[in-house]
Design a protein around this ligand. Structure first.
Ligand code: HEC
Ligand SMILES: [Cu+2]
Length: 372
């Protein structure tokens, strides 16, 4: 990378030039008006200064032409800003459907990544060039922020919910990754790098080294380990709803509220089940807050997405479910707040079957997340 003074970081993603062009437009408009106003200010101060005591200010009764001009021109300029900005924003908000998904967990003070085949990395992320990569991100503790200047990508990483972002790298090389949200003592060392490789090199890299279980396989293991299957398998008579096909679908809750089962909903269903109870079911599911790490919850969700609700096309369900099931916007109903806490504390103790529930964990999200 060019070490000399640079106005902008290297452009290494498809979004980079789009963000820069928008930025330059904003800058041009701002500079033009700042300069114009400063010049006019000085010229007028000199030209119209009070030259003698007998100088009288002329009575001016306005000019419609002038009013229209200085309304219409700025309106046009800011309208361009709005539509251009919205266009770039929405494209950055929603990852293309064919993106490869990588799980990201922020933690004081490191970045953990997991690739679709299960391969894990810390503070380094290898990605292929020329392919969109979607990041599904959560924090184990406090708010972090995933920032890669060369990609013009920056998104908060929150405890208690999933945030996503994506990029499509266009140039091989190594790029800085920063935590961009002050997150405690070693915040400034919470840095890493993104290594963009030729697709064939990436495949080689991905196949090499220690092999980890894929997230879905880990999820499948956890699903029996934590006895989720005792309630969620066994068809219509089971105590819990069938999970196959739930991701991405509309779910009706008690009280008639309909929510989209995006990743954040699924996560809440596991960690705070009594907060939003599926219509027709009793709130008997124990909370798994404090029992499962963010990694494990992501794995469970990956597993649930592979479940087959038709009896036929397992493979396609897994991918389309993953793509459609995630919306970047938060779910339309309130998440996690105080209301959910009392519900959890009130209902779970009576019914938990094999799992020890811990209602005291249901305190504020931030506190509960720090429980190991
Ligand atoms: C004691 C039985 C029980 C256990 C154990 C249990 N669940 Fe549940 N689960 C339920 C019931 C009942 C519901 C529906 C009521 C509700 O939403 O709380 C539910 C709802 C859900 C939902 C939302 C489903 C939908 O249709 O929207 C998900 C996701 C889920 N559970 C995942 C899990 C996972 C993952 C585990 C294991 C870590 C698990 N459950 C363990 C009983 C259970
Ligand atoms: Cu941080």
């Amino acid at each position: 990378m060019n070490e000399a003074f640079q106005m902008f970081p290297t452009q290494a993603s498809t979004m980079a030039s789009r963000v820069d062009n928008l930025m330059l437009y904003l800058l041009a408009v701002t500079v033009f008006f700042s300069v114009a106003i400063a010049v006019v200010l000085i010229v007028f101060a000199v030209k119209y200064r009070k030259k003698s005591d007998s100088d009288v200010t002329p009575a001016i009764h306005g000019s419609t032409l002038l009013e229209i001009t200085w309304t219409v021109i700025p309106l046009g300029l800011v309208t361009v800003m709005f539509f251009w900005g919205a266009n770039v924003y929405f494209d950055q908000m929603y990852a293309p459907a064919n993106s490869m998904e990588v799980f990201v967990t922020g933690k004081q003070w490191m970045w953990k990544f997991q690739h679709p085949n299960g391969k894990r990395e810390i503070n380094e992320l290898h990605v292929p060039e020329g392919r969109p990569v979607k990041l599904i991100m959560a924090s184990e503790d406090v708010i972090h922020d995933f920032f890669v200047p060369a990609f013009r990508v920056k998104m908060d990483v929150m405890p208690g919910k999933y945030n996503t972002t994506w990029f499509h790298a266009t140039k091989t090389g190594e790029y800085h990754l920063f935590c961009n949200q002050y997150c405690g003592e070693d915040h400034s060392r919470m840095v890493g790098k993104i290594i963009v490789m030729k697709p064939e090199d990436y495949e080689v890299w991905l196949a090499g080294g220690t092999r980890n279980e894929s997230p879905a396989a880990t999820g499948e293991r956890l699903f029996t380990q934590w006895a989720c299957n005792t309630c969620h398998e066994g068809g219509r008579d089971a105590r819990g709803p069938i999970l196959a096909g739930v991701p991405g679908r509309n779910v009706i809750l008690t009280g008639g509220v309909v929510v989209v089962a995006d990743d954040t909903y699924l996560r809440d269903s596991i960690l705070n089940p009594a907060a939003r109870v599926v219509d027709g079911y009793q709130p008997i599911m124990p909370t798994f807050k404090g029992l499962l790490s963010e990694d494990q919850v992501m794995s469970l969700i990956a597993y649930i997405k592979t479940l087959d609700d038709t009896g036929a096309d397992t493979g396609t369900k897994a991918t389309t479910g993953a793509a459609a099931g995630f919306t970047a916007a938060p779910p339309p109903s309130p998440v996690d707040g105080v209301t959910s806490v009392s519900a959890v504390a009130g209902d779970t103790t009576t019914t938990a079957p094999t799992i020890s529930t811990n209602p005291t964990d249901a305190g504020t999200t931030a506190q509960a997340e720090t429980t190991p």
